[in-house]
Design a protein. Structure first.
Length: 156
């Protein structure tokens, strides 16, 4: 067992819906759909020399326009930025695409890159795919012209 999630507002709860991402140093990145403040967290698990793992919460979803319920995992670009989606929140409640950018002293900056409105998709599902040019691809399970979801591309 690498990490046991606590039943507290300081830790995530219910991981496992999205795939984990492993960086070049062996750290694991993932999401939980509950815990934290208001609807999930993005976390990092770092291997330590003694065989244990250290959890760091990179972002605690606040709900509302910034999004919440990150059912999918995250992907990382060459600069170390993380990208993911939320199923809830945004201006219309249909979810968002977000970016987490590493900052000095271990901080991370959260930015909403795109808000879904329904006609363009709703409730993103599954991990994003990142191509060599930095474009993000994914799908939603609802929304679009017929309400049956869409496949999208976003150029950040």
């Amino acid at each position: 067992m690498l990490h046991r999630f606590a039943n507290s507002r300081k830790d995530g709860q219910w991981p496992g819906n999205g795939a984990l991402f492993m960086d070049g140093s062996g750290a694991l990145y993932g999401t939980t759909i509950n815990g934290g403040c208001c609807g999930g967290v993005v976390y990092k698990l770092t291997p330590k020399a003694n065989g244990r793992w250290k959890e760091t919460i990179l972002y605690d979803f606040q709900g509302g326009a910034s999004g919440y319920l990150p059912y999918a995992g995250v992907v990382m670009d060459k600069s170390g930025n993380l990208y993911g989606t939320t199923d809830g929140g945004g201006a219309s409640g249909c979810g968002v695409i977000y970016k987490l950018a590493p900052q000095p002293k271990g901080k991370w900056k959260y930015t909403v890159l795109y808000t879904f409105y329904g006609w363009d998709g709703c409730a993103p599902a599954g991990n994003l795919v990142l191509d060599k040019k930095g474009n993000l691809y994914g799908g939603t399970i609802l929304g679009g012209a017929t309400g049956n979801g869409v496949i999208f591309e976003l150029t950040p």
